[in-house]
Design a protein. Structure first.
Length: 278
């Protein structure tokens, strides 16, 4: 493991009950994020070099910050190694399958990190709360998930599950911003509006999910996400601490000399340049 990764080693069993910190300044966030991005690239090279299989699950209420956290993780790594999965609603064919069947093809092979932006835990959350499955189906899922996850881990997959915890006040602020900001309106779905007033139904579903699937082999890690920047840094730091990795030796890179033009001449061609408005 690199010296940097040793420094960020966390104790996964330690419960953090400390009060929230002051809002993180943007310049401090950018500085820390850059350092963590360097470590994520090191992790990427180690995953490719050793053939590790990593599966990361992100769950949380609407507006908890899952998408932004995933974007922060994947911003500087290769999409050929880090792959994000955000499945749409199941088709009629998929509804007829065993529930977890539609997720299995996306689980990682050697040398891959797969990140689920919502996952098979839809059944424990939105499907249960909004009536897209029966109580019996939800119960069966909660019994089955730990068994399937144990099989995933036994196959060599490193499975890491995160729940982003947002307060009702901050969720309201973020959903209202989606209504008012033209850049974010696509994030607001009819389902978000229907589920917004069912806060405590989702709380009960979350509690049942934790009770049934927070296992020693696949524990849930919770991150407070009212401060999105601080949450992103904390999650990336924790993620790096959960996967042992080392620096992969690389040859020193030096740009070769560029060839001489020889008899090449720039063509007199009417290239269609885009307008330079800025």
């Amino acid at each position: 493991m690199s010296d940097k990764s040793k420094k960020i080693k966390d104790n996964p069993s330690e419960k953090d009950h400390s009060p929230p910190h002051a809002k993180l300044k943007n310049k401090d966030y950018e500085r820390e994020l850059k350092n963590l991005h360097i470590e994520l690239v090191k992790l990427q090279e180690w995953v490719r070099h050793t053939g590790l299989k990593v599966c990361i699950v992100f769950e949380g209420r609407d507006g908890a910050g899952k998408g932004g956290t995933i974007k922060a993780i994947t911003e500087r790594v290769s999409p050929r190694i880090f792959r994000v999965v955000a499945l749409p609603a199941p088709t009629e064919r998929e509804k007829s399958q065993m529930y977890l069947q539609r997720y299995a093809p996306y689980w990682p092979a050697a040398g891959e990190v797969v990140i689920f932006d919502r996952s098979w835990y839809n059944r424990a959350g939105v499907e249960r709360v909004m009536g897209f499955c029966t109580e019996e189906q939800a119960k069966q899922f909660l019994e089955m998930a730990p068994i399937v996850e144990k099989a995933m881990i036994n196959s060599g997959i490193i499975l890491i599950k995160y729940w982003l915890e947002v307060s009702p006040e901050e969720q309201t602020r973020r959903l209202e911003a989606r209504i008012e900001d033209g850049r974010k309106i696509w994030k607001l779905s009819p389902m978000d509006l229907q589920s917004y007033n069912r806060w405590y139904d989702y709380s009960r579903a979350r509690d049942d999910m934790f009770a049934a699937t927070d296992t020693p082999w696949a524990p849930w890690y919770m991150a407070r996400s009212d401060d999105k920047n601080r949450a992103r840094l904390n999650i990336i730091r924790h993620l790096l601490s959960q996967i042992p990795y080392e620096d992969v030796p690389r040859e020193k890179v030096k740009l070769p000399k560029r060839q001489k033009a020889g008899d090449y001449q720039e063509p007199n061609y009417p290239f269609k340049f885009i307008p330079e408005t800025y």
